[in-house]
Ligand binder design. Structure first.
Ligand code: ASP
Length: 429
């Protein structure tokens, strides 16, 4: 029997046996390791590999806008009762907010423990001005309403696409049963997008390999050494937030075993790490939530797209940490009142940070101004950190992704939308 099986395996083509039959997350992890080695060996020459990473990122960003739109509409249309949207939405938003506040506190704590800014000299830094003053909260909220939804889709403005998608979904839901054919059409459309993600993920190992090689070759782990204390604080903070807070949420609040959670999301972690972009990670996260974690479509399709911009725990933690670093570097004393202001300001900033590489650095000005650090000093901090930011960004983007997934699993459990068998099962591909 065993030998028959061995023969059957031996008959399979080489490429199938050593490539397609190996589960994707293992291929991606190997690519990550090989990319690191290649980057360290090649050094600056690793730039030559970057095109492969760019191809992968473009492929995956290509599906973001249609996937978000179609799945939000179909997710809401499948809820059956408009009140369910309220219940899922309120719980998701409450969790996101709570997680962000915890993340900011962890960031502040890490700043106090590691003291990354003490004795820091910004003398060699080229000042880099943050982008124009960030819009006020009211402006930001009003800006979410698209004047032209097609333009919002075309330009990939995620929050506006979500806003329009929610309304279309509600329209379809409340016109049932007449709107059923349309609901089915949106559902099939969303499935097709997820299928495209599946195709794209077949090139993920190459993309991950190239991106990691490029970062390691051009910045190298040596970059960490220059900002060692900051890097240690970011790594420790992200580990605390992901393993203890997000893991704790799954274990204690959702009351689920935590190992399957971390095992099932390996693809997401690898993609977040290599692309440094929550937007590029979203399609993979949606696929993993439905296929590996057993989160129902209604929750996946609403919680994850919302989370991509609203719930950025790694970013929140990082911005809070940089605020403490800047205060230490410029000798600004922080008292309880300032810490409270920092928590508020950083939470708001984290809600509005774009899900793309290095976005949080350019939001720093809004936070630093509440502790009296002006534009010129902020420009110095940004200039000092930007050259090393990529590796830190890779780390915090993982935490951004795990915050969405842990909240989605928890809301799904509360709402009876979690397929436990699927959650406990090993991912099949
Ligand atoms: N790169 C982060 C993300 O896309 C944003 C940031 O913290 O800079 O999630």
């Amino acid at each position: 029997m065993a030998s028959e099986q061995t023969q059957a395996v031996a008959r399979r083509p080489f490429l199938a046996r050593y490539w397609f039959d190996v589960v994707l997350w293992k291929r991606i992890l190997v690519a990550l390791a090989l990319g690191t080695v290649a980057g360290l060996l090649l050094g600056e020459a690793a730039v030559g590999l970057k095109w492969m990473g760019d191809v992968f990122i473009r492929l995956i960003r290509m599906v973001v806008a249609p996937l978000v739109f179609l799945s939000i509409v179909s997710g809401i249309a499948s809820m059956g009762d408009p009140r369910r949207l309220g219940s899922i939405g309120v719980k998701t938003l409450a969790l996101y907010l709570a997680l962000t506040v915890v993340a900011v506190s962890v960031g502040l704590l890490m700043g106090v423990v590691f003291q990354p800014g003490v004795g820091m000299s910004m003398a060699g830094a080229e000042p880099i001005a943050a982008a124009k003053a960030p819009p006020s909260l009211a402006e930001h909220l009003i800006g979410i309403i698209p004047t032209n939804p097609i333009a919002a889709l075309a330009e990939g403005q995620i929050q506006s696409v979500i806003f329009f998608g929610i309304l279309v979904g509600l329209g379809v839901l409340t016109l049932a049963p007449r709107s059923e054919p349309l609901a089915r059409l949106f559902q099939i459309g969303a499935d097709v997008m997820l299928q495209i993600v599946r195709f794209i993920m077949e090139v993920a190992p190459f993309g991950v390999f190239a991106l990691v090689a490029w970062v390691m070759g051009t910045t190298g782990p040596g970059a960490y050494v220059h900002v060692l204390k900051l890097a240690a604080a970011v790594a420790a903070g992200c580990a605390v937030q992901t393993l203890l807070v997000h893991g704790g949420l799954v274990r204690l609040v959702a009351r689920l075993p935590v190992l399957p959670f971390f095992r099932d999301i390996t693809d997401v972690v690898a993609i977040a790490f290599s692309t440094s972009s929550s937007a590029a990670t979203l399609p993979v996260a949606m696929r993993v939530a439905e296929r590996n974690l057993g989160v129902g479509h209604a929750v996946t399709s609403t919680a994850l797209p919302l989370g991509v911009t609203l719930s950025m725990d790694g970013t929140a933690l990082y911005v809070a940490l940089l605020a403490v670093l800047s205060a230490q570097a410029f000798g600004v004393e922080l008292h309880a009142a300032q810490y409270v202001m920092l928590v508020l300001a950083t939470t708001l900033v984290a809600l509005g940070t774009a899900p793309v590489p290095s976005a949080s650095l350019f939001m720093l000005a809004a936070v630093l101004q509440v502790i009296g650090i002006g534009a010129e000093q902020t420009a110095l901090v940004v200039g000092f950190i930007l050259p090393f930011d990529r590796l830190l960004d890779m780390t915090r983007t993982i935490t951004n992704a795990t915050s969405d997934l842990s909240a989605a699993v928890t809301v799904a459990k509360w709402e009876g939308e979690l397929d436990l068998d699927s959650y406990l099962r090993r991912p099949v591909e």
